[in-house]
Design a binder for this molecule. Structure first.
Ligand code: GLA
Length: 785
């Protein structure tokens, strides 16, 4: 709900638990008075304008009419330079009539709408449900013919406010946009921790938390993609804010290219945060009547810690961002052939994999890289999507048909935005590749980018892809993008537009995706960029799931998924069980752990299923049965990270259904500690008075792991590493200790479940649990009454 107090020119945006208040100052600037816990709407809100009533030395007064009014100490909704605000600014324009760059935007008018305005060519949140509202405040430059349209949308139930901005040139001479953030927010306190996700290939989503100090701190990407280096996300949390308690703000951007998030703590102890397209190598000239649209920023406030902040993000993504057909739809369990075969496969091998996958319970078979001609390694072939007739003599049509005849859906990998130098497409259209004139291009993964700013390229790709998708009758597409940008230049753009290339690339990509979405709305798209190198809300708008990381090692995945969960719900994260040792880490982790981690995402299998041991086959069948049985809860439930006292080698998560009658919790251990302390697992978010039964998922050990010690438990003696040991290990599923508890919701929340003592080298009994290194447990929680 958005309330307007016209007398005092106050706009009050309210969600269920938050309030956002802005006011037009006497001088006409749009100021932020408050963002935080929800306030009742009252007519005295201007009391929130807590500003200096004295003249401050070394400041620049906005005008001589009021020397106490200086922009440097004011909390603004759009910040510019040139009128006395010396902080980093969110908007920088250059007026080409006289070359000046001072801007001064003041209030002109506003409009309330029940539908949000369409941000042309950009992904954005879908219009809110009835009762939610959008507000557009129009600011005009005091002397130049330029308008800013600031759009605000309230998503009451999700406690989310979305913001964006359009810049419109109403004059006859061009205006150059040098920097344009989607939002600027000034907060009254200097005391915040910044939380953000850094990383690199196979180590994405690593959570960083540190205090902000006086000065500027920023993260961003100049790689062309949103990048694993800094995900377009930041939270500002009060020191001490934890998972369940404390105040925090969360911010993200619905955009897939270069971005920047800047914070600045000023000498006056205010904290500014700005989000937008990066100003790195960015310039955009607006001719008469043209507008520039900034991508949408999403923000949320939580006074119940980071858990609620994430929950707000998860809900808005699930209900208002991902493509509608997938909002509540079960995602299939997939088998992907990449780590099973890499480039080395033929139809026979694929069919063997597919048949085994079907027997195990898999629902979708995905053919990854290497299916088109001249593609036997990563050095060639990208650009032409014609089947390799040696590997697939019957083409895509036949392999797809055969796989579908097995009762599986068929999915396909593509990497459309790229071209290999050794490819027919490059030989035919070298001018379509992104190469700086006369330079030898630097390559990433031995490939070049296609110029997505060129409409001819978009048309070519659309035709090629539409043809392939139809021929292969795909239910699913994995859309990859495996290099960062270099040698940036477009043969299609005039010199004056080259500095807008990065953004034009993203707009071209979005144009293609909008078109494909229209034609192939029922196809499930999975976003991938060597894993999570372009995991952002822009791609999530088109593709409801992302290949979270090329790292499928269970232990590493816990940290990666934990980090990404700050912003993304589990139904956006694809997570597969892969072989052992891990191809990325050479680490051995139990197959049950690999599955348990994948349960908090979209589970699948990416290993050579034709080479499974009998033990693995039996275990996988049980895993898939469990996942299918609890799929709605696992994929759609509310996800929370759980804190474990003293558990620095341990992580825990829970997913809870809407009415809190059912949940699944996961407990993940790194290295087992010697003689470990007792651990409890506290399970919040349940009905306080409800009586629950907590049961551990039935898991199995491979008895080889116990070596000689196996004889402590068996009636007959087995020689360690002997033939019998091997046979028994293969055939016998040795169950881990079952744990069952019956407790009330408040007890689960405050006392927690008393996990069994872990093995200490002295005895094995019913009361001892052997979790071991990289061991994990799942608990199913069901309300009895
Ligand atoms: C990237 C992806 C992988 C796989 C390969 C294929 O690395 O992240 O999952 O698809 O490309 O080349």
């Amino acid at each position: 709900m958005i309330a307007v107090n016209n007398d005092e020119q106050i706009f009050h945006l309210q969600t269920l638990n938050s309030s956002y208040v802005v006011q037009v100052s006497d001088a006409g600037h749009l100021l932020n008075l408050y963002y935080g816990q929800r306030l009742e709407h009252r007519d005295n809100l201007s009391i929130l304008d807590h500003s200096y009533q004295v003249k401050l030395g070394s400041t620049t007064a906005y005008s001589s009419e009021d020397e106490r009014y200086c922009l440097e100490t004011r909390k603004q909704e759009v910040s510019t330079s040139g009128k006395g605000d010396y902080r980093e600014s969110s908007l920088h324009l250059i007026y080409t009539d006289d070359g000046s760059s001072t801007s001064d935007f003041v209030f002109d008018r506003y409009e309330l709408n029940s539908n949000k305005p369409c941000l042309d060519g950009l992904p954005q949140t879908h219009s809110p449900a009835d009762g939610d509202q959008s507000l557009t405040i129009v600011l005009r430059e005091k002397i130049k013919p330029v308008e800013l349209h600031l759009h605000y949308t309230c998503f009451a139930r999700q406690d989310v406010i979305c913001r964006s901005m359009e810049i419109i040139n109403l004059g006859s001479t061009p205006v150059v946009v040098d920097k344009a953030c989607s939002m600027n927010l000034d907060l009254s306190s200097p005391a915040f921790d910044a939380l953000h996700l850094t990383g690199k290939w196979i180590a994405e989503g690593q959570l960083q938390r540190h205090a902000l100090y006086k000065g500027v701190f920023s993260i961003g990407s100049n790689r062309g993609v949103s990048s694993a280096t800094h995900n377009p996300f930041m939270a500002l949390a009060k020191p001490g804010c934890g998972e369940m308690t404390g105040d925090c703000y969360g911010f993200s951007l619905i955009y897939s290219g270069n971005h920047k998030i800047t914070t600045e703590v000023s000498p006056y102890d205010q904290t500014r945060i700005m989000l937008g397209i990066s100003d790195f190598d960015f310039r955009w000239s607006l001719a008469e009547g043209e507008r520039f649209t900034c991508p949408e920023a999403v923000m949320t406030f939580s006074h119940q810690g980071l858990g609620k902040m994430s929950n707000n993000f998860h809900r808005i993504i699930k209900t208002h961002l991902i493509p509608q057909p997938w909002q509540n739809k079960a995602r299939p369990i997939q088998a992907n052939n990449w780590e099973a075969t890499y480039f080395n496969f033929d139809e026979g091998k694929l069919m063997k994999l597919a048949r085994k996958a079907k027997d195990l319970g898999v629902e979708l078979f995905v053919l990854d890289d290497g299916w088109f001609s001249n593609r036997n390694d990563e050095t060639s072939g990208l650009g032409n999507y014609v089947e390799d007739k040696k590997k697939l003599p019957g083409g895509l049509a036949r392999i797809s048909r055969k796989i579908r005849q097995q009762g599986l859906q068929f999915g396909l990998w593509v990497e459309p935005e790229m071209v290999s130098e050794d490819s027919d497409l490059f030989r035919q259209h070298p001018e379509w590749a992104v190469i700086s004139p006369k330079r030898q291009p630097s390559l990433g993964r031995r490939q070049l980018l296609l110029d997505m700013s060129n409409p001819e390229v978009i048309d070519y790709l659309y035709q090629q892809l539409a043809d392939v998708f139809r021929r292969a009758e795909v239910s699913y597409v994995k859309w990859d993008h495996n290099r960062n940008f270099s040698d940036v230049y477009s043969n299609h753009l005039p010199p004056g537009q080259q500095s807008g290339f990065y953004h034009r690339y993203v707009l071209g990509l979005y144009r293609l995706l909008f078109k494909l979405k229209e034609t192939f709305g029922e196809v499930l798209f999975e976003n991938c960029s060597s894993g999570g190198n372009r995991f952002d809300l822009g791609m999530t708008f088109f593709m409801p799931q992302t290949w979270t990381s090329d790292n499928t090692d269970a232990y590493e995945r816990v940290a990666i998924q934990q980090g990404f969960s700050l912003l993304y719900p589990q139904c956006c994260m694809s997570a597969h069980v892969s072989g052992h040792p891990s191809h990325q880490m050479l680490r051995h982790t139990p197959i049950e752990s690999r599955f348990n981690v994948s349960c908090f995402g979209l589970s699948g299998y990416q290993l050579d299923l034709t080479k499974l041991t009998t033990f693995e086959e039996k275990v996988i069948m049980k895993q898939i049965r469990f996942y299918k049985q609890h799929r709605t809860l696992l994929q759609q439930g509310d996800f929370y990270r759980l804190a474990i006292d003293g558990g620095n080698q341990q992580t825990a998560w829970i997913v809870v259904n809407d009415d809190k009658t059912e949940a699944v919790a996961g407990f993940f251990q790194g290295l087992q500690q010697a003689n470990p302390t007792l651990k409890t697992l506290k399970l919040p978010m349940l009905n306080t008075d409800g009586l629950y039964q907590v049961t551990s998922r039935e898991q199995f050990h491979n008895i080889r792991q116990f070596g000689d010690l196996v004889n402590e438990e068996l009636p007959v003696n087995i020689k360690d590493r002997g033939i019998l040991h091997g046979i028994v290990a293969n055939r016998v599923l040795h169950p881990s200790k079952n744990e069952t508890y019956t407790l009330y919701g408040d007890q689960l929340q405050h006392l927690g479940i008393p996990l069994k003592s872990q093995f200490t080298g002295t005895e094995m009994s019913e009361q001892v649990s052997h979790i071991g290194d990289f061991g994990t447990r799942l608990f199913h929680i069901r309300q009895l009454q």
